[in-house]
Design a binder for this molecule. Structure first.
Ligand code: PLP
Length: 480
């Protein structure tokens, strides 16, 4: 890419000493119309910071110095403009709107689930005023924050009791610490998963002070493997959803239902870490069938853990649902205080759960679930209408087409499942796709697309209808 400032080509040559007096001073740029206007609109510190940065680049030779007296005025204006443009970015929010055109619905790097309007409304209401976060209004006594969602989780999952913590990793950490510290936990070798980032079952196990007892093999584990591993030191049988990978071919795993007689015989609890626990039938989202959270509870695990911001479509948190006596033990554990959720999370979660309880069609009200359900024909229509608007805005020679492809669920949920979609495929005429992808990322709002070979891929499944104009404008200015 050849970037220009004031019409001059960028070079990397350090400035010779005799030219140094020609570097504009901070005051000189502050006196320009461009900077005066910028200071009226953006914080002074940001404008000043970027003015200094631009001057520094002239000094370093990354922005070429213009010496011709006839061109100096226009050059200074272009420097001021550049500083003002950068000040907008420097003073903006760090955490901000990204248009997700990747087609990955629960994109962990882009914040996973999108909250329902009712959840947003309730979290704003709760943030604005004092609340009964830890107060029992009926008695005037100190209450528990978990009580605001406990009944809803029980009603929706069929569990005897429930609490929530910061995320599902925290849920697993708390359960292992409270039930099995200093003791052994039996897990199948086929379930020793690593979930994106740094959640690894063996590491969490070590962090909780438990001893991991691996049974079976990577592809096959039998009931007898569990039976042989039980010792007086065993404290828990753990099942982990393989989430982000699939074992196919010659495989065998032992279901929670098959483990129950063994657990009862030895008086051991069973914990089932579901990961992306789903409260509706996956079939209704166009995904292959898997047990719901309700099914997992019914199967008889003593504890079931799952995330709030994966297929549930709520805020980041981890739900622990299970037998009352065990949940009560968790509530007494000192670690709970460190893992507790805040009132905004509880507000968003209560509102999300109420949608499941009350709405005729909960999927329609939960943005991420709704995106999963959109059928390919609808996306095709939108893509074709979008292309019709986009093509006249692009440089001649840019190839644009609508082609079948696949969207992803994301967040390690439903790995290997392709949701049929239609992609807007853009083949730029003159510029590398990586350059365009980077330009799109640095816009406000930022835009994330997929890159495949020499193509930019845009999947409208994850783009709201009211974001289409932003996306169109971004592509029109960046695909050059
Ligand atoms: C995603 C996942 C986790 C971690 O959940 P977070 O909410 O991301 O902390 C743990 N276990 C399983 C099986 C998962 O799929």
């Amino acid at each position: 890419m050849t970037d220009t400032v004031g019409g001059a080509k960028r070079s990397e040559m350090p400035l010779p000493n005799e030219l140094r007096p020609l570097i504009p001073s901070v005051d000189k740029l502050l006196g320009t119309r461009e900077i005066t206007e910028a200071i009226a609109m953006y914080p002074r510190w940001a404008v000043l910071q970027e003015v200094r940065a631009v001057i520094e680049e002239v000094r370093a030779g990354t922005i070429p110095l213009v010496t011709d007296p006839g061109l100096r005025e226009a050059w200074l204006a272009s420097l001021a403009e550049e500083a003002a443009r950068r000040a907008v970015g420097a003073s903006g929010y760090s955490l901000r709107h990204v248009v997700n055109a990747t087609g990955v619905v629960l994109h962990t790097n882009l914040g996973r689930a999108r909250l329902a309007p009712a959840a947003i409304e309730h979290l704003v209401a709760v943030a604005t005023r004092y609340t009964n976060l830890e107060l029992e209004l009926a008695t005037g006594e100190r209450g528990h924050r978990y009580d605001h969602v406990r009944e809803l989780v029980r009603a929706l999952t069929g569990a005897e009791d429930a609490i929530v913590v910061n995320n599902n990793a925290a849920a697993v950490l708390l359960c292992l610490s409270a039930l099995a510290a200093g003791k052994q936990v039996i897990v199948s070798r086929g379930e020793l998963v690593e979930i994106g980032g740094s959640f690894r079952i063996p590491d969490i196990m070590a962090q909780s002070g438990c001893q991991l007892v691996e049974v079976g093999t990577t592809n096959r584990t039998h009931l007898a493997d569990y039976e042989h591993a039980v010792t007086p030191q065993t404290a828990l049988l753990l099942k982990v959803h393989t989430s982000n990978f699939r074992v196919v071919g010659f495989t065998a795993a032992v279901g929670v239902d098959e483990l129950i007689p063994l657990a009862r015989e030895h008086g051991l609890p069973i914990m089932n870490d579901l990961g992306a626990g789903c409260l509706v039938q996956l079939r209704d989202l166009g995904l292959p069938h898997e047990p719901t959270v309700q099914d997992a509870v019914k199967q008889g695990a003593d504890l079931v853990t799952f995330s709030g911001d994966k297929l549930l479509g709520g805020p980041q948190l981890g739900v622990i649902a299970g037998k009352r006596e065990i949940v009560k033990r968790l509530e007494k554990h000192p670690l709970l205080r460190a893992l507790r959720v805040d009132k905004l999370t509880l507000a968003a979660f209560e509102a999300t759960l109420r949608i499941y309880r009350d709405a005729r069609d909960p999927i329609a009200e939960l943005p991420s679930l709704r995106m999963l359900r959109i059928d390919a024909a609808t996306i095709k229509q939108r893509a074709e209408a979008f292309v019709a608007r986009l093509v006249p805005r692009l440089a001649a020679g840019t190839e644009v087409s609508v082609q079948p492809g696949s969207s992803q669920v994301g967040a390690g949920s439903a790995p290997g499942v392709d949701l049929p979609t239609f992609l807007v495929v853009i083949q730029p005429h003159a510029t590398e796709v990586a350059t365009i992808e980077a330009r799109l990322r640095q816009l406000t709002p930022a835009v994330m697309v997929r890159v495949h070979g020499g193509d930019l891929l845009v999947d409208l499944r994850t783009v709201d209808v009211d974001e289409e104009s932003i996306l169109l404008e971004a592509l029109a200015t960046s695909v050059r």
